[in-house]
Design a protein around this ligand. Sequence first.
Ligand code: GLN
Length: 247
Amino acid sequence: MCRHLGYLGPAVPIASLVHDPPHSLLHQSYAPRDMRGGGTVNVDGYGVGWYPAPGRAVRYRRVGTLWSDENLAALSRELRSSAILAAVRSATVGMPIVETACAPFTDGEWLFSHNGRVTDWPGSVADLAKTLPTTDLLTLDAPTDSALLWALVRSRLATAPPAHALAGVVAEVAAAAPGSRLNLLLTNGSVLVGTTWTHSLWVRRVDDAVTVSSEPLDDDPRWREVPEGHVVTADPSTVDVQPMGRR
Ligand code: GLN
């Protein structure tokens, strides 16, 4: 399954998360440690989102392998941000390998990533998709489970706090498509929210910074694993972990 990470805190170079740590997202793209039966490597695409100004998300994403993008490696050493969300993709069998299927998905201040798959896509969630405005379906980034999940989350963000929006979508999709893997990650640059639904997620809060990552970026003992079936809401001063209820 894909790997993703998020960061909030003092502005840091994107490379300090994506390229430089011993078990950076780059390293996880070809040597992940905990894929839990969902693929071997993450080589079908990648993306990085950051904030040049508060509330203004910018996203760069490409098909292919993160390690072959020397331009991004160089830019990532210069681009600094106080909020970053990045992902590498291992496409689910049957899903198109295109740029628009790569996370992060974005809208306004939001950046979103999904690690996992929807069981029996697309029939299992057809009724759920019908609850969305037709224009949302016609303008999905790509015909993939992750893009639909983003549309479902985005529609809930209009009325619900981020953790409720993610937990609500996980509950509805898990009910419609049992066995789905629904590890979601979302930020607006001020708060990071992530779910654990069959995959690992780790949090490290140090001083005035918080990092959330599918796998720890290094062997710092301050990484804490988020238990399965939970939603974590984190900012630089607080980490809150809540159960999402039974599967
Ligand atoms: N199912 C999603 C996709 O194909 C995510 C894949 C994954 O997590 N490996 O893009």
